[in-house]
Design a protein around this ligand. Structure first.
Ligand SMILES: [Zn+2]
Length: 113
């Protein structure tokens, strides 16, 4: 499962950062996930909730921010959002679109004590 491996590597990184800072407690983890990462939101937050218990910080608050990708039409410059890649422009029906957005999964901030 893709979500499990991504969540596990985030947790490993969180533990590494908190160890480097001699933290006793991880209070909050804030993540940023690009919509092109292929992460399923429901499974991902479920996996994160499970992992925080097995990693020993069950009280940690996990905030996940999702960023939607956008399409920009190369013909008329129209910018719009659409779930699927391979769409056509909603204004001029042109098919040449540039996708902006990210595949990244990042730790935005970490609150440790
Ligand atoms: Zn267009």
């Amino acid at each position: 499962m893709h979500e499990l491996s991504v969540a596990t590597s985030i947790m490993e990184k969180v533990v590494e950062i908190s160890n480097d800072n001699n933290a006793e407690k991880i209070k909050e983890i804030e993540l940023e996930i690009g919509s092109l990462s292929g992460i399923d939101r429901a499974s991902f937050s479920f996996v994160m909730e499970c992992l925080k218990e097995s990693y020993g910080f069950p009280d940690c608050n996990i905030i996940i921010n999702y960023h939607e990708h956008k399409f920009i039409c190369n013909n008329c410059g129209n910018m719009f959002t659409d779930r699927f890649i391979g769409s056509i422009c909603s204004e001029c029906n042109d098919g040449l679109l540039t996708v902006t957005g990210s595949q990244d999964v990042k730790i935005k901030s970490l609150l440790i004590e």
